[in-house]
Ligand binder design. Structure first.
Ligand code: FES
Ligand code: FES
Length: 203
């Protein structure tokens, strides 16, 4: 093809670059900067920070936070509970799911100050001492994951489901997990893990 034209090979190369760029954009982790001050002028004065008390996995914890900090940020960056994952950071994927008073919530959309007076349960809180809890065990037995990044959120969604419905049907399991995306597409095994978890919780 002449100058200015586009051969099939060039076209395919361009498509490849384009797809690669889109893929890289989609896979890029969300910036953490929006949760923090953008410039020195935006740093809050100490007087504008607030002391909060949170109940996390049965323990009372205190933290001094900016009112705009998400619960996810405080759990991970202040308390070091990194089981809850940052996926989209905007309420779309469920990787950050925790329980508030036993009900699944996206911790990226929950302000830390809002979570006071609530019982917060993270995936770390499902351990039975040093042993995995029943839902965690079920995911391990059923290979309910591939890369594992969504898994803590999936486990918390299943835990929340089984607390309100100990014997869910297949349709109810799908409904209960519908707020949690799995980029690897491991849904078949995730649903099998939820079903096994229901049985393990009864033993
Ligand atoms: S990180 Fe919270 S929903 Fe995706
Ligand atoms: S196991 Fe990889 S995103 Fe779900």
């Amino acid at each position: 093809m002449g100058e200015g034209g586009c051969s099939r090979r060039n076209f395919m190369q361009l498509i490849g670059v384009g797809v690669g760029m889109v893929g890289a954009t989609l896979m890029a982790p969300p910036l953490r900067r929006p949760l923090l001050a953008h410039s020195p002028e935006q740093v809050l004065a100490a007087d504008d920070m607030v002391m909060i008390k949170l109940t996390v996995n049965g323990s009372s914890r205190t933290a001094t936070v900016e009112p705009r900090w998400s619960l996810l940020y405080v759990l991970r960056e202040i308390f070091g509970l990194t089981g809850s994952k940052i996926g989209c950071d905007r309420g779309e994927c469920g990787a950050c799911t925790v329980l508030l008073d036993g009900v699944p919530h996206y911790s990226c959309l929950t302000l830390a100050v809002e979570a006071q007076d609530r019982a917060i349960t993270t995936v770390e809180g499902l351990l039975d001492g040093e042993q995995l809890g029943p839902v965690q065990t079920a995911f391990a037995l059923e290979d309910g994951f591939q890369c594992g990044y969504c898994t803590p959120g999936q486990i918390m969604a299943v835990e929340g489901l089984l607390r309100r419905n100990p014997s869910p049907s297949a349709a109810e399991i799908r409904q209960g997990c519908s707020g949690n995306l799995c980029r690897c597409g491991a849904y078949k095994n995730i649903f099998a893990a939820a079903d096994k978890a229901a049985r393990l919780k009864k033993t």
